[in-house]
Design a protein around this ligand. Structure first.
Ligand code: DLL
Length: 434
């Protein structure tokens, strides 16, 4: 079923007409209401009226996370404080947090887009949705909450943490849909097993997982362990929160972007030039309808590919390939580029290893070194030392063979890697510590 058939199945020419109309209005709005954008437009000798086609978007200035930080907390808002009904913020690992605001209409639109997302994932008003995304300044909890209510589903606002209690609630309430990070889904499953509960036996049928990169191998692993369909949901606080893109359960082949609200481009991260569909680059998003903090060509740093081919679910909204990494997360180990997700794929395909891992990056002299700490399962752990060593060398060899990089592999005892209730910390970077 499709939540908003009119918008989600528009012929692309119709969709593009709506996008252009909204883009023109957006340019007027930011030029007149956000001094930062007026300055940027003026520097380029650009007036809002110069935008006459969608391809003119390439003339517009980019916006970076740093621009939001420079205007901390509310300097990029396009409306007065009276019109703001909600604030969210993303913590960020370095520098100041970025702060975003929402008007009443922004919150309504977000709820509608999340309801759309739930339906694309195969959920309906008949479902009970266990929402384990964190409630608070993080957009995951409240974003999914409002969407679940807009869908008409019974919403269970659990937030993150108290994992044993979550397992009990899943069982007692019989929730049919769960929302959390993919790494937390694995932790829930592990905890359930310790409690003697098999999630496969519960009524749970769909998981809506996002907020961190995960691979298709991880998806299949989660689906097998929990006996559910695992759907990838994407979003970021600066643009709205969860619900910018979601896979449909019919195809599970790329995330449909909510293009009537977001104009999405993929650019070459080095040159900033737009790339055609099918080519991989950085996702750049212009918010077409946001009132409180509209952003022009926001550089997400997330790497993906766009696909405008029709989908078997009937939606005409373009799809983006799952985001398996951010350009900031790319490690350069002795001149070779590696993404954590590439290591994840190898780990999951290796018998005896669990999906719990952490990458340690250190600098010795001028040389960066990578250590892959990965947990083994119980049966491997009790095996002879020489078999453990053999497994270590095998993973090391596969990493060298498939990724061309030399990494040290360290097998860790079961539960040796810290569990997280939200975004997993996959990389420990000690390069600037000494
Ligand atoms: O993580 C919003 C969200 C909440 C999305 C719940 C999905 C579910 P931020 O904390 O601002 O917002 O982090 C945004 O997380 O730029 C990506 O790098 C990463 N990310 C989010 N979803 C995915 C995903 C929320 N499905 C940043 N796959 C983004 C890969 C993702 N990375």
């Amino acid at each position: 079923m499709i939540f908003d058939v009119d918008m989600e199945t528009l012929p692309r020419e119709e969709l593009e007409k709506i996008q252009l109309k909204r883009l023109k209005a957006l340019c007027e709005r930011v030029y007149n209401n956000v001094p930062f954008y007026k300055k940027r437009f003026d520097e380029k000798g650009l007036k809002p009226g110069d935008i006459t086609s969608l391809s003119d978007v390439k003339h517009l200035p980019f916006t970076e996370k740093q621009d939001l930080r420079n205007h901390y907390p509310f300097g990029m808002f396009a409306v007065s404080r009276d019109n703001i009904v909600r604030i969210h913020s993303s913590s960020g690992t370095t520098g100041k947090a970025t702060v975003v605001g929402y008007t009443k209409r922004d919150i309504e639109n977000w709820g509608q887009l999340m309801a759309r997302s739930f339906m694309a994932a195969g959920a309906s008003a008949k479902d009970m949705i266990h929402n384990a995304y964190g409630y608070g300044l993080f957009t995951g909890g409240l974003g999914a909450h409002y969407g679940s209510e807009a869908l008409g589903a019974a919403t269970v606002p659990v937030s993150g943490g108290a994992t044993r209690r979550q397992v009990m609630l899943l069982k007692d309430f019989g929730s049919t849909v769960i929302c959390c990070t993919p790494s937390y889904a694995l932790f829930l499953d592990e905890t359930a097993r310790e409690m003697g509960i098999d999630i496969k036996e519960l009524p749970l049928k769909v998981g809506i997982f996002g907020a961190e990169p995960w691979t298709d191998e991880m998806r299949r692993d989660i689906e097998k362990r929990l006996g559910i369909t695992a759907i990838d949901i994407y979003g970021l606080s600066e643009i709205m929160g969860p619900g910018v893109g979601i896979e449909c359960h019919e195809a599970q082949d790329g995330l449909h972007l909510m293009e009537d609200h977001f104009l999405c481009e993929v650019i070459d991260p080095e040159s900033g030039e737009p790339l055609p569909p099918g080519e991989t680059g950085e996702l750049v998003i212009t918010t077409l309808t946001k009132e409180a903090i509209p952003l022009i060509r926001y550089r997400t740093r997330d790497l993906t590919t766009l696909n405008t081919a029709p989908c078997k679910c009937g939606r005409t909204l373009a799809r983006m390939q799952r985001v398996t990494g951010r350009s900031d997360d790319m490690l350069i180990i002795r001149g070779v580029n590696v993404f954590p997700s590439q290591i994840e794929s190898i780990i999951i395909e290796t018998e005896g290893l669990t999906p719990h891992y952490q990458l340690l990056v250190e600098r010795h002299g001028n040389m960066d070194t990578l250590t892959v700490n990965v947990e083994v399962n119980e049966s491997v752990f009790s095996d002879e030392i020489k078999n453990l060593q053999r497994l270590e060398s095998k993973v090391q060899k596969n990493i060298k063979e498939f990724l061309g990089v030399t990494a040290k592999v360290k097998l860790v005892e079961p539960k040796g890697i810290e569990r997280s209730v939200g975004k997993a910390k996959r990389i420990v970077d000690l390069r600037n510590e000494s």
